[in-house]
Write a protein that binds this ligand. Structure first.
Ligand code: OGA
Ligand code: NI
Length: 353
């Protein structure tokens, strides 16, 4: 194997351990993969499969181009060879399952309706206006820098702090490596990348989707259609289907692939890329037979990040769409607007001035 190569000499880059310079792992059924005109392998007509091992060797520049193509044309990708061990993926899922199987009164000790809480349990709720029930229960918490937050986390189950810390650190390491590559693919300058990634934040969520009575299936969602207000979101699903993405006007299921993460472009990356990359509209449906879990790691920039796109992606074909604004302004505006998707960014369009 060629020596691991950092994308850019810089202290953000952590090489995910165990990244291999390999082709598709044999856990991915080849019959479910078709190649698009760009040469990307597409999983069941949904998202491209990107081999993160390609960021650490002679395939670096090709892999950066693949990432750019995936974000531009699909809004996300399935990520294999991400460097997070199979054992850790199993451990975080078991810990999350154990947490959601604790008695309700134990879980509810963490309940808070306040979205600014540093850790909070959010429960399912009825949306009276649309007459639907949104059934996800989630434990959401800040995770970077980990020393600042770990003492707020539960100690029941007893493995929680150790396993969740290990997973969050590993997920963040992979996210930063990906972001370096994505920003480089956008032609951003080093100082813009540093500004975004210095003091960036990580928020994570353990998501639990209970089974739903057959009679209520039509009126229940795990999560309704939305985009994430993040740079990227890295999702570890369990083996139960449920995630759907909007593709050419239809909701299509993204079947999980073992040991493979799902990465979504979030609104912040849409803004930073001057709309070259579009954030991915997705939702979760539930079923009457099997509960479903997922672990999400949401990556966001430092508050002072200048979100007006740096001038690099701008040319005659891509006129400037957004004015200058900071991530903090985006975040504050988002909570006031209460919109579910990238329409949140419209307030920052030059034409809205
Ligand atoms: C989210 C989300 C999808 C899932 O956490 O924002 O969309 O499959 N999760 O749990
Ligand atoms: Ni989401």
């Amino acid at each position: 194997m060629a020596p691991a190569k950092a994308i850019v000499a810089n202290d953000h880059v952590g090489l995910p351990e165990g990244c291999k310079d390999t082709q598709l792992t044999n856990t991915i059924p080849v019959s479910n993969v078709k190649t698009d005109t760009y040469g990307l392998e597409i999983w069941e007509g949904t998202l491209p499969i990107i081999d993160m091992g390609g960021l650490h060797g002679h395939r670096l520049s090709d892999t950066i181009k693949q990432l750019a193509h995936a974000c531009q044309h699909y809004g996300g990708f399935m990520l294999k060879n991400h460097g997070i061990s199979e054992k850790l993926l199993g451990d975080i899922m078991s810990t999350a399952r154990e947490f959601f199987h604790l008695p309700e009164e134990e879980r509810m000790k963490l309940y808070s309706p306040d979205p600014t809480s540093l850790i909070r349990l959010a429960t399912g709720f009825k949306d009276d206006k649309q007459n639907v029930f949104v059934s996800r229960e989630s434990l959401k918490f800040h995770a970077h820098p980990i020393e600042k937050y770990v003492n707020l986390w539960p100690t029941n189950p007893s493995s929680y702090r150790e396993v969740v810390s290990e997973y969050c650190v590993a997920a963040k390491r992979a996210e930063i490596t990906l972001l370096e590559a994505l920003f480089e693919g956008l032609g951003m300058e080093r100082k813009s990348i540093d500004q975004i990634l210095d003091n960036h934040g990580q928020y994570a969520s353990l998501n639990y989707y209970p089974t739903c009575d057959k009679s209520n299936l039509g009126l229940t969602f795990g999560l309704r259609g939305h985009t994430d207000p993040t740079i990227i979101t890295m999702l570890l699903p369990d083996e139960v289907p449920g995630l759907e993405i909007l593709k050419d006007g239809d909701w299509v299921p993204v079947k999980p692939i073992p040991n493979t993460l799902i990465v979504h472009v979030g609104d912040v990356l849409q803004g930073l890329s001057n709309c070259r990359y579009k954030s991915l509209l997705h939702r979760v449906i539930v079923n009457s037979e099997t509960e479903r879990l997922s672990i999400a790691s949401y990556c966001y920039p430092s508050n002072d990040t200048q979100m007006g796109p740096p001038k690099e992606p701008i040319d005659d074909d891509h006129p400037l769409i957004y004015k200058d604004y900071t991530y903090e302004e985006f975040y504050t505006t988002m909570w006031k607007q209460r919109l579910p998707d990238a329409a949140r960014l419209n307030a920052f369009k030059i034409s809205a001035a």
